[in-house]
Ligand binder design. Sequence first.
Ligand code: BTN
Length: 317
Amino acid sequence: MKDKILKILRDSDDYVSGEKISDQLGISRAAVWKHIRSLRADGCEIISATNRGYLLKHADLITTEAISDGLNTEFIGRNIFYFAETDSTNNRAKAEHDAPDGSLFIAETQNGGKGRRGRAWTSPKGTGIFMSLLLKPDIPPEEISRITLIAGLAVCRAVGNGAMIKWPNDVVIGSKKICGILTELAAEDDMISYVVCGIGVNVNTEKFDDELAERATSLLIETGRKQKRAEIVRKILEEFEVLYKEFLQNRLDNILPEYEKRCVTVGREVSVVYRNKSVSGKAIGVTADGALIVDTPDDKITVNSGEVSVRGIYGYI
Ligand code: BTN
């Protein structure tokens, strides 16, 4: 019913009265009001005026229908769990880990969004993408970081606008972050039971608070245009599926050249925490396992993503 109301509003350039909607759909005015409220909670900007009715100003929905419509994948995002609000889509995916491989968990807002290293991930309603993929790959647990790597590449391809990767998996435009990825896994007897790959993208954020503004940006800030989140989600799912299938077949062999090209860290002076010590050097490449190769004054070292922190010595990247 909600979709039918949305269609009526979409098809009209002017206000549509509650009475007209209720007559057309054979439901009560109270029911119309209830659905309008729910559409607003889903992210539709619907204004109302006395004696005139409702007018749809902007619909940027990421509901199941909005994402599925035109989605070109085989199994990634084919099964969708949508939440108007939840704690964390990663938590939801873990709770539903019996759902099919490739299931997508997506929320309009998270009240307990999680970032890496125990940090919180701010998840304002209606402006970002907060999504998690439930995956059931047949790979050993130590290869899980490579899934994060390909998720970063998928986002990079999907958002365009010169997006690059700050190794291992932050997506940046210029020197600021637009996307973070948090991958979690459940393993038993050294075999992966399931992986949850959580992706957060700053899409239509107009402004960040002072603390974040220095190192965070959004697609709106970068392009000056509001973006349709469902379109971006679809592109991420499609790019992810292509890369993920390639990864399952050939690991990173054919993916690495593009990753290195898009990796802003390669060629820069970085400081890494290596064997509990902070060392500086020039990042010169990425290994077939996805580790960063750093040329330090003493030696060439390879650092794995894990909990290692990498900082450009001149700033965030
Ligand atoms: C980071 O850069 O610190 C990782 C941020 C990951 C955020 C996403 S938003 C969707 C998913 N749910 C979460 O609670 N976290 C990830």
